[in-house]
Design a protein. Structure first.
Length: 112
């Protein structure tokens, strides 16, 4: 059984128990995810193009940014695969797309 002082102390702690923080930009978070991808940490998908080049990524990052990848990783047979062969897509275009998802930056030139 609590005495009166313990109840008062408990209420005082509850009064200050809520802390809020809002991050103004997700760029820092996605930068960390890009570093994890570059180091192949927690990566759970390899996308292979017709020319056998492989792009490594995180399914959750791709699915959160693209309805195409979301459908692929939730509704189709690819959801259980670690390697997905991407037909009829240029490896440079795929790499640019995935980099754009992670970095929110892309440079498109005539050659790519």
């Amino acid at each position: 059984m609590q005495n009166k002082n313990q109840k008062t102390e408990s209420r005082r702690c509850e009064k200050y128990a809520k802390y809020e923080y809002t991050k103004s930009s997700y760029a820092e978070t996605y930068g960390v995810l890009q570093t994890l991808r570059e180091d192949e940490v927690f990566c759970d998908i390899k996308l292979e193009t017709d020319d056998h080049k492989i792009t490594i990524a995180h399914k959750v990052v791709l699915a959160s940014a693209s309805p195409y990848f979301y459908a692929m990783f939730t509704n189709f047979s690819e959801k259980n695969h670690y390697l997905v062969v991407m037909r009829e897509i240029d490896s440079t275009a795929l790499q640019l797309l995935v980099n754009f998802i992670y970095l929110e930056h892309i440079v498109v030139i005539e050659e790519n």
